[in-house]
Design a protein around this ligand. Structure first.
Ligand code: GLN
Length: 404
């Protein structure tokens, strides 16, 4: 079953494999199963699944993050050595950070989305979760590459990431943006990023302050662009083309609205309404078009920054894992938990989340490294340099029984 954690697709059996699954089968991977997520990948806690919640292996009262929370928790809890997720606004990096594993969003165009259920097509990318950077390199190498069935897939050769990941980078320049260390950032998270920068300094990297002046608009821009695209992509679930069809209705229009009303959960409905509003006549220029213009400015900030530095280091999450139920009734607070991850999707650049310590409460903290387009090789090597100096990625959640 491929449900996308929605009632809408409760009985949907995919008629073909996604490109990434074809690639994994060709590489002799053992496919263990499918994991839980927020419905249609909308959320940051996996609480929006129409079926079950997923718990954080480090503290069962807390969420694993989302929306690919099941994939992150499965790797964290040693249920699988590797897993896949999709990242539209942070859904690989954010749960990886909260579950203490490695998660990577490749450059837009690096991995084909053929067969991925679309959320926001100008942002969606598939990427790996792993227990360490080498695992992420290996999985990315297996799934990356051109595929003519996704028109945004870029025909660049795939470097042998797994063979170069252990080569340290000479003369590495790492930037940190002053805008990322603003009020709202948990002091322990801030400490872990600063400690990471000191480790890089010890390794010979140059650390430099940079500015991303339009970063402050990222959440607002994302929550116009993503729902707009979602409202269009999700139009196909009408009980005719795809998805659940209501048992009772009086007319054709009633059939559509009853089917969609029963099939979608409340967060998905909220996004469809937001997106439909932003795209509607009279509001399009003021909201959607304006958001696209600011999106360009966010990308320009990164282009400028990558003229000065190789990598930008940031927090992944503003806080460690939050409690189940804590944010789920406060959509705005939930949206703000994506504040550090969203801009990479808007700019199309790659980002990786690596384990970078623990809070005083024993919860994992993540470090995010961002790179220029198609600089995945450099990003993985930089992440591996950090990983070699630390042992955070070797820790396992409490109460795990490990047999050798
Ligand atoms: N949390 C963000 C959202 O709800 C990002 C989700 C994602 O990357 N799929 O849209």
């Amino acid at each position: 079953m491929t449900t996308c954690a929605s009632r809408m697709l409760e009985k949907f059996v995919a008629p073909y494999d996604a490109h990434v699954i074809e690639r994994l089968r060709a590489a002799d991977a053992v496919l263990l199963g499918k994991t839980n997520m927020d419905e249609f990948a909308m959320g940051s806690s996996t609480e929006n699944s129409a079926y079950q919640i997923t718990r954080n292996p480090w503290d069962l009262e807390r969420t694993p993050g989302g929306s690919s929370g099941g994939s992150a928790a499965a790797v964290s809890a040693l249920m699988a050595p590797l897993s896949l997720g999709s990242d539209t606004g942070g859904s690989i990096r954010q749960p990886a950070g909260l579950c203490g594993v490695v998660g990577m969003k490749p450059t837009y165009g690096r991995v084909s989305r053929f067969g991925l259920i679309a959320y926001a097509s100008s942002l969606d990318q598939i990427g790996p979760f792993a227990r360490d950077v080498k695992g992420a390199a290996l999985l990315l190498e297996a799934i990356a590459g051109h595929d003519g069935r996704d028109s945004t897939s870029v025909p660049h050769d795939v470097p042998h990431y797994s063979q170069t990941v252990d080569h340290p980078l000479e003369g590495l320049k790492i930037g940190y943006a002053k805008e990322h260390f603003a009020p709202g950032l948990d002091p322990e998270v801030e400490r872990s990023v600063k400690d990471a920068l000191n480790i890089y300094k010890k390794l010979g990297a140059t650390i430099q302050e940079i500015s991303l002046p339009h970063q402050k608009y990222a959440v607002a821009v994302y929550y116009l662009v993503a729902p707009s695209e979602a409202s269009s992509n999700l139009a196909r679930y009408d009980g005719v083309h795809y998805g659940h069809r209501a048992a009772q209705f009086d007319s054709m229009v009633d059939m559509y609205s009853a089917s969609r009303g029963e099939g979608f959960g409340s967060e998905v409905k909220r996004r469809i309404m937001l997106g439909t509003y932003a795209l509607s006549a009279g509001y399009y220029d003021a909201y959607y078009l304006k958001a696209l213009k600011v999106r360009r400015l966010i990308r320009n900030d990164f282009d400028e920054a990558f003229g000065e530095v190789d990598i930008i280091a940031t927090p992944v999450n503003p806080t460690p894992a939050f409690k189940i139920g804590e944010l789920v009734n406060d959509p705005l607070a939930m949206y703000l938990s994506d504040i550090y991850t969203i801009s990479a999707n808007l700019a199309g650049i790659p980002g990786i989340s690596v384990p970078a310590g623990f809070s005083s409460g024993g919860l994992p903290l993540g470090l995010q490294l961002l790179g220029a387009p198609f600089a995945e090789g450099k990003l993985l090597r930089a992440a591996r340099m950090f990983e070699r100096e630390t042992d955070w990625h070797t820790r396992i959640p409490p109460n795990m029984v490990v047999t050798k």
